[in-house]
Design a binder for this molecule. Structure first.
Ligand code: COA
Length: 192
């Protein structure tokens, strides 16, 4: 049965997303001042290879992408935080497909290549999960990852996500046929 998503008491209603603090990064609402940093991240084909979005080959594509993020916030269907480190946006983390009736969302994440290999995403995602299961009252978080995307598989497993399924040839991206590993994390899977 399909029901339209609706906001809950936990969803922010005004302004922007709340700032979330990890131990090494903080996560904040994105603004038009961040377009250059976002473009540097999402114009890199290596970053975009396994993402659901296309590589952003022009600044206009990044501006549209940011407008979509703001629209998603407005409709409470997508919350996408900028990951700030050293005064720059070096990546984003996303709670997408927000389904308030079933208290479920899909997590997404990407870092600039210059920020890879330092454990920053683990720190950022831990802060988003605390917020998702705490303030937002979500019950289940899902992830959908290409089995060749070894760093993403590793990050999710370190956060306690369980492998729940394998979907063959689920996407075709720029001619590349991609399988999906489906992960799930329940609020009750997390240590109290
Ligand atoms: C996924 C991503 C966010 C990881 O962030 P990160 O902060 O660089 O991750 P880490 O430095 O903590 O590395 C993650 C783990 O993967 C391991 N790893 C890295 N590259 C690897 C490789 N090629 N093969 C196997 N393991 C690898 C690391 O050793 C680390 O594990 P460890 O902590 O046990 O040593 C980053 O690679 C990225 O932005 N990728 C492009 C976007 C993307 O694919 N997003 C996910 C879509 S579902």
């Amino acid at each position: 049965m399909h029901r339209a998503p609706r906001p809950t008491a936990g969803a922010p209603r005004e302004g922007g997303l709340p700032t979330l603090r990890g131990s090494r990064v903080h996560l904040r609402h994105l603004t038009t001042d961040d377009v250059d940093d976002l473009h540097a991240i999402f114009s890199d084909p290596e970053v975009a290879r396994f993402l659901a979005i296309r590589c952003q080959t022009s600044r206009e594509m990044t501006e549209e992408f940011l407008a979509g993020i703001h629209e998603g916030f407005h409709t409470r269907t997508l919350f996408q935080w900028g990951i700030e480190s050293g005064g720059r946006i070096v990546g984003t983390t996303t709670l997408g497909g927000l389904d308030w009736d079933n208290r479920r969302a899909e997590i997404g994440f990407a870092l600039a290549r210059t920020a890879w290999g330092r454990g920053l995403m683990l720190d950022a995602l831990a802060a988003v999960l605390d917020h998702a299961f705490g303030e937002l009252g979500l019950h289940r978080i899902e992830a959908d990852v290409d089995p060749r995307n070894a760093p993403s598989l590793r990050v999710l497993e370190k956060l306690g996500f369980r492998r729940e399924g394998y979907l063959r040839e689920r996407y075709i991206k720029d001619g590349d046929i991609q399988d999906s590993v489906i992960f799930g994390l329940l609020r009750s899977d997390r240590p109290v």
